[in-house]
Design a protein around this ligand. Structure first.
Ligand SMILES: *[C@@H]1O[C@H](CO)[C@@H](O)[C@H](O)[C@H]1NC(C)=O
Ligand SMILES: *[C@@H]1O[C@H](CO)[C@@H](O)[C@H](O)[C@H]1NC(C)=O
Ligand SMILES: *[C@@H]1O[C@H](CO)[C@@H](O)[C@H](O)[C@H]1NC(C)=O
Length: 349
């Protein structure tokens, strides 16, 4: 969006708004005439955005009004900008009888001076942060032989402000959800033209999200998804969600970390007891003989001299509950003929 035409648009918009505030009307929160919030662009011109108010209201002493690139914002009632203000090589005049929020001031270069874009005057607006919007400094008109025209404007993106002196570079950025194609800087050449080619901002999409084993994807079926899209994975019954079930299409066109759905683990020790959830149990005393992903189980191992037992722990990980190295499964005969002598039943060391 060209700076000048957007300024003119703002002039019109804000005149409408100042009309509104004069009558102490509360402005319409969803006013379609207000540009959407472009925080990056506002920051670039040194404007500090106040709290947005599209969805929520404002605190008592603030009103929801349009604040240029910041969009609909909560502005301190009765806010005004400093006045008078002085500029080097320029003169400033208020466009109306006060310097309050939404009002305008005309900055006019002294004779023989011009702004970077070749204009002799610019309009500055009293912003919601209590500051006047930026106007390019007035420079000696003779210096203009070393200035480029304002660099090309791009859709869904913006560039640094001037002055655009030969040999200087301007940086380009894209709005949220768009990616720069082409160079991110242009150079103001000796012939006062910009080089190389103007970049473009292209929308970024995420491709179809991957399947997660044992999960159901909750998302609208599309071939591509815009940045900011949120999808969900639901683990099937008896599977444990490891990670976040909320997955977002990120600014670089990739999905945020997908979760895992972790399986429960079968208990492989069938002929000795184990300690599970602080209870000493046979495997058949545990529902389905399965423990959940992440849970720990304590096994009993026989001491070297075989007279007593000690404990060894293992943790269930996605269907795998490893038996500790020291664990020996009692034989069929030990288990049936001498159940009191299996490793879990003898005294502990
Ligand atoms: C004109 O250019 C010279 C050299 O680049 C600089 O020193 C001077 O400040 C400029 N004049 C104005 C009014 O900007
Ligand atoms: C995309 O962005 C995310 C978050 O900033 C980052 O973690 C990831 O490594 C990026 N991926 C690629 C392919 O650049
Ligand atoms: C067997 O070994 C354990 C420790 O390993 C020890 O506490 C115990 O006294 C030993 N018993 C015999 C009879 O040596």
């Amino acid at each position: 969006m060209p700076r000048l035409s957007s300024l003119l648009l703002l002039v019109v918009l804000c005149l409408l708004y100042s009309e509104g505030t004069r009558e102490r009307r509360v402005s319409n929160v969803t006013d379609p005439k207000c540009p959407p919030r472009k925080r990056n662009m506002a920051a670039l011109t040194g404007q500090t955005c106040q709290r947005p108010c599209e969805r929520r209201g404002c605190a008592k002493s603030r009103t929801c009004v349009c604040d240029g690139e910041c969009g609909m914002s909560c502005i301190q009632s009765g806010l005004s900008c400093p006045w008078p203000v002085t500029f080097e090589n320029a003169e400033a005049n208020l466009a109306q009888d006060s310097s309050r929020f939404g009002g305008f001031m005309e900055v006019m270069c002294n004779p023989g001076f011009r702004m970077a874009n070749g204009q002799e005057a610019a309009t500055s607006r009293c912003q919601g942060d209590g500051r006047w919007s930026f106007t390019a400094p007035c420079e000696d008109a003779l210096n203009h032989s070393s200035l480029c025209k304002p660099p090309p404007e791009i859709e869904n993106g913006f560039h640094e402000d001037g002055p655009y002196k030969t040999g200087n570079e301007v940086h380009y950025w894209c709005d949220y959800g768009y990616q720069l194609k082409g160079p991110d800087t242009l150079l103001c050449q000796e012939n006062q033209e910009w080089s190389p080619v103007t970049p473009a901002c292209q929308p970024v999409y995420c491709s179809r999200p991957a399947n997660v084993a044992e999960a159901t994807l909750v998302a609208v079926h599309q071939s591509e998804y815009p940045v900011g899209t949120v999808i969900y994975y639901l683990c099937n019954k008896d599977f444990y969600l490891d990670g976040s079930n909320r997955v977002v299409c990120q600014e670089n066109g990739t999905w945020s970390q997908l979760p895992y759905c972790r399986a429960r683990c079968p208990i492989l020790a069938k002929r000795s007891r184990i300690i599970y959830q602080k209870h000493k149990l046979w495997f058949y005393e545990i529902p389905e003989g399965l423990v959940h992903h992440g849970e720990s189980v304590t096994f009993f191992c026989r001491s070297q001299n075989k007279t007593c037992s000690f404990r060894a722990e293992s943790q269930c990980f996605d269907g795998q509950l490893e038996l500790p190295d020291c664990y020996d499964e009692p034989t069929y005969l030990q288990y049936y003929l001498f159940p009191k002598r299996v490793v879990s039943e003898i005294p502990t060391c």
